[in-house]
Design a protein around this ligand. Structure first.
Ligand SMILES: NC(=O)c1ccc[n+]([C@@H]2O[C@H](COP(=O)([O-])OP(=O)(O)OC[C@H]3O[C@@H](n4cnc5c(N)ncnc54)[C@H](O)[C@@H]3O)[C@@H](O)[C@H]2O)c1
Length: 370
């Protein structure tokens, strides 16, 4: 039997139901007791539509299927729209949602857009819509060990943060629908596409704004034997990036995407004047200690969050992201937890890093912002 959405149910539409869109669908299903339902999807790719429809049917959710976001918006069926389409499509889809006569709250996947100019246009357009909340999917903030480390840092036990080092060593980019993620023009480049997560965390830990960026990176191992419409992918697969902040603290990213033989995909280290904290994903461990107590005083915690009903692909962070966004919507909050400005700055750092590799010099944030 189909379950129709009750009148107080928050109704979601998902634009783009590839890997991440279906992940949102499953997460929202696990939030059904919170009064949410997915009522519509939009995707031009029939195999993605079918996979999403099969999932929705297995959840007894009678969803409407559209081939494009405009039809979904015009149906007026949704209160919230999740945008999980390829990066280069975010800009137009967001502008159409923001300019639509019906207000829709939006959760847009990272990166906000592939260029700073497009991010800024979206920020400016959204400013005029006080009736909408737009959250950017920088969900690493919600991963239990990362969230615990944020709590430790913000609680002041490490003192003033001076250094933030983030290492991501992982597997290569997965295959995507129509291979959109193989080219910088579509994804914004590796340092925008995926590393916006880490630049967002650096900024959060540093509690400051980025000033300038220096990066070195290349495509050295992956995708070199792939050809799409006669073109070899141009996305880098490893890099070191240094980010300087306006309070004198600095961050460093160490990215390697041919490092399957690693225990933790992400290792984050934050060092302040008083102490040091570390988070390990997926081990879900946090360590912290102080200079005074030394090595013997280092504590190790298992980071868990019993609110998570579905771990999914990202260790429960998508679930918590939705839970928090839903409360912001219900509370009629003025701003979501991760807003468009956070989305813009995380992209700007990535763009500066990509440009730094190209130019072989420091690139200031001012340079990419203007
Ligand atoms: N939060 C995370 O850590 C995380 C992880 C993976 C992907 N993502 C992001 O999610 C987004 C989608 O990535 P994915 O891995 O699901 O890619 P995907 O290729 O698996 O799916 C994208 C889907 O969007 C559809 N699509 C393309 N253009 C569209 C349009 N104009 N309107 C509606 N649908 C359209 C495609 O047909 C496809 O089904 C990207 O922005 C990506 O960066 C985020």
């Amino acid at each position: 039997m189909s379950v129709m959405a009750a009148s107080n149910t928050v109704k979601y539409g998902i634009v783009g139901v590839g890997m991440m869109g279906r992940e949102h669908l499953i997460n929202l299903y696990h939030l059904r007791s919170e009064g949410v339902a997915v009522v519509a999807i939009a995707d031009p790719h029939l195999p993605s539509q079918k996979l999403a429809l099969d999932l929705a049917h297995s959840f007894n959710w009678p969803i409407k299927v559209f081939s494009g976001h405009r039809e979904l918006l015009d149906s007026l069926l949704c209160d919230v729209v999740v945008v999980s389409t390829p990066n280069m499509t975010h800009y137009q889809i967001l502008m159409d949602i923001i300019n639509h006569r019906k207000p829709h709250h939006v959760l847009v996947e990272k990166p906000l857009c592939t260029t700073v100019a497009h991010c800024k246009e979206v920020v400016n357009a959204a400013r005029k819509r006080q009736d909408m909340l737009v959250q950017v999917g920088l969900e690493y903030r919600y991963m239990p060990p990362v969230a615990k480390l944020i709590e430790i840092v913000k609680g002041g036990s490490l003192g003033q943060v001076k250094m933030v080092a983030i290492r991501e060593h992982r597997f290569p980019f997965l295959v995507k629908v129509n291979n959109w993620n193989r080219f910088n023009i579509n994804s914004g480049g590796t340092l925008v596409e995926k590393c916006c997560h880490f630049f967002d965390l650096m900024r959060l830990f540093a509690g400051a704004n980025p000033v300038r960026v220096m990066a070195s990176g290349a495509i050295d191992v992956n995708h070199k034997d792939e050809i799409y419409n006669g073109k070899v992918p141009d996305i880098i697969d490893n890099a070191y990036v240094i980010v300087e902040f306006d309070n004198g603290s600095r961050g460093m990213l160490d990215l390697c995407m041919f490092a399957e033989g690693t225990k933790n995909e992400q290792e984050i280290s934050v060092v302040g004047e008083i102490g040091k904290g570390e988070a390990f994903v997926p081990e879900s461990i946090v360590r912290f200690g102080t200079r005074v107590d030394g090595r013997n005083g280092v504590q190790t915690l298992k980071a868990e969050n019993d609110q998570i009903k579905y771990d999914g692909l990202h260790h429960g962070s998508s679930y918590l992201e939705h839970l928090h966004f839903l409360s912001a919507i219900r509370a009629k909050a003025k701003a979501p937890a991760v807003d468009l400005h956070d989305g813009l700055v995380s992209v700007a750092i990535g763009v500066a890093a990509q440009l730094s590799i190209e130019k072989g010099r420091f690139v200031t944030i001012e340079e990419v912002m203007n």
